[in-house]
Design a protein around this ligand. Structure first.
Ligand SMILES: [Fe+2]
Length: 157
């Protein structure tokens, strides 16, 4: 049954598309952060191993919320690796396990890419698609990424 929540079908579809693209980004960054957790090496291995674990757990929660919000809008979330690879705005270069700084910088760049994209979507979703709920949701999500980005940035000079 279609949601009757005061947003047109066309606008619900447009917001669902925005959220599914974001879901692909979140999933990709989740995998990259898990990869860092598994394969980081160096002096402070244990500290970073735990740190990356905290971050991928947060991303796990975020992507669950994004997928479920797509469902709230009456659409299906993407759920295959194929669709994730096809839709993500992030790139997957071969990670440099030998350099903690490069590993951290790579993840930081991805968080910042997501933050910049979501910042634009917050306005678009509110003004073009009249979906205050999703705009508010994206604002909270962006703040979570801003905090994760700060944590990563703090390891770098
Ligand atoms: Fe683990």
């Amino acid at each position: 049954m279609k949601p009757n929540i005061g947003i047109s079908d066309k606008n619900l579809q447009a917001v669902a598309n925005i959220l599914n693209t974001l879901l692909a980004d979140e999933f990709t960054l989740y995998v990259k952060t898990r990869n860092a957790h598994w394969n980081v090496t160096g002096d402070n291995f244990h500290e970073l191993h735990k740190f990356f674990e905290e971050q991928y757990e947060q991303l796990d929660e975020i992507m669950d919320e994004v997928a479920e919000r797509v469902r709230m809008l009456g659409h299906f979330s993407i759920g295959s690796l194929n669709d994730i690879v096809k839709n993500t705005r992030l790139t997957e270069n071969k990670a440099d396990y030998g350099s903690q700084n490069k590993l951290i910088k790579g993840l930081l760049d991805d968080h910042e890419t997501i933050i910049r994209a979501v910042r634009k979507d917050i306005d678009k979703v509110a003004s073009d698609y009249k979906d205050a709920g999703s705009s508010d949701f994206l604002t909270g999500l962006m703040e979570s990424h801003e905090k994760m980005a700060w944590m990563l940035r703090s390891y770098l000079n």
